[in-house]
Design a protein around this ligand. Structure first.
Ligand code: OGA
Ligand code: MN
Length: 363
């Protein structure tokens, strides 16, 4: 019975995914958990390790003192931690600029590399900003490279076709994102977290991310961290089976999710970006500028007005998500021969399309 449900794609997860992906008329969002005003039986406060790091340590990466973070668990999802925007006012801007201007740069890999030469994808930011400044809000102009960006990989570059990481396909993981992730993981009780791979997903207002489990990392005892910036999205957190009805939650700008323990291997998806009722506006957390002067030893640096103008234009209609993963256990190395998990019969065309779009997507 269950097999035939799955075959027709109408398991409980797909049903809810389709419900929230609908655009016209828009779905009823009243059952989506909002952690900025949590009042749901499933939500409970989560105690963090607030003595693991000093106030000074976390402020260097743009985070509030851990004792002030609002962290929650969800009944039925052991190991899942939701931290409602723990960033200091103004510091999200730095991370957004890294995601839009810095991380798409070589040697990192992005979807545009799949059908463009490395010369053409070398300066995505520079090649886009002139056109963006000229076109303003005119929609008819051809899309810039920045608008065509769908994913970027960092560190051990995820291979979308074989669904594996490999030691041959590695470039240095960005130090500042490693530092941020090390601290977030420590606050959640995972000391010694080593950020080795990252996937950035760029969502336009009509994008979605298909139902999947992140299981390619070799050590599942290490958490998966997820950072959200820009427009609000609906996240569906399911169980270990597609038949388990998922729970829907909003992810707002600055929110951090930690998937650890059993929930590390749960199905999840992003069915939609929530249409903003006020039109194209930035979420409030992104409008603030840094309140204190940055120090030389800080990871966070202020973002110049010219860069921020482009970032804020982009995020008025978009969302960026960064997931950070530890691939290997400490001291572990890749198995000597790692062969592709994909069947030999799979047509080349499908392989190509997958690597261009990252996870299964609609756009
Ligand atoms: C992922 C992922 C969710 C998101 O990249 O594996 O699940 O919020 N991202 O975009
Ligand atoms: Mn995922």
């Amino acid at each position: 019975m269950a097999a035939s449900i799955v075959e027709h794609g109408e398991d409980a997860f797909r049903k809810l995914f389709k419900f929230y992906r609908r655009r016209n008329p828009p779905p009823d969002f009243s059952e989506v958990i909002n952690f900025s005003k949590p009042c749901n039986d499933k939500v409970f406060p989560c105690e963090l390790n607030s003595t693991s790091l000093s106030e000074d340590d976390v402020s260097k990466v743009g985070l509030q003192p851990i004792k002030d973070w609002r962290a929650f668990g969800l009944h039925g999802y052991p190991g899942f931690i939701f931290i409602s925007n723990p960033f200091l006012p103004g510091s999200q801007q730095f991370w957004v600029k890294q995601c839009l201007k810095i991380y798409p740069q070589k040697p990192n890999v992005c979807n545009l590399d799949m059908h463009m030469s490395s010369v053409d994808t070398e300066n995505i930011w520079e090649r886009s900003i002139d056109a963006i400044q000229r076109k303003g809000n005119r929609k008819r102009e051809p899309k810039t490279l920045l608008e065509k960006l769908r994913w970027v990989t960092l560190g051990y570059h995820y291979d979308w076709n074989s669904k594996t990481y490999s030691p041959e396909h590695y470039t240095p993981f960005p130090k500042e994102l490693q530092s941020l992730s090390h601290k977030v993981a420590a606050a959640c009780g995972f000391s010694g977290f080593d950020a080795e791979a990252g996937i950035l997903n760029y969502y336009r207002s009509d994008s979605s991310l298909g139902i999947h489990v992140d299981e390619s990392e070799l050590d599942h005892t290490r958490p998966l961290l997820s950072y959200s910036f820009g427009q609000t999205a609906v996240f569906l957190l399911g169980g270990t089976k597609r038949e388990d009805r998922p729970t829907a939650l909003f992810m707002h700008s600055g929110d951090i999710m930690v998937m650890s323990g059993p929930s590390r291997l749960h199905y999840h998806a992003v069915p939609c970006i929530v249409p903003s009722p006020a039109g194209n506006v930035l979420p409030p957390g992104l409008c603030q500028r840094l309140e204190t002067e940055v120090q030389d030893e800080d990871v966070i640096q202020s973002v110049c007005q010219e860069d921020w103008d482009i970032c804020s234009w982009y995020l008025q209609t978009s969302r960026v998500n960064v997931t950070v993963r530890q691939v290997l256990a400490s001291g572990q190395s890749f198995p000597a021969t790692q062969t592709s998990q994909m069947s030999e019969e799979e047509p080349q065309m499908i392989k190509k399309r997958k690597s261009e779009s990252g996870y299964e997507r609609d756009t």
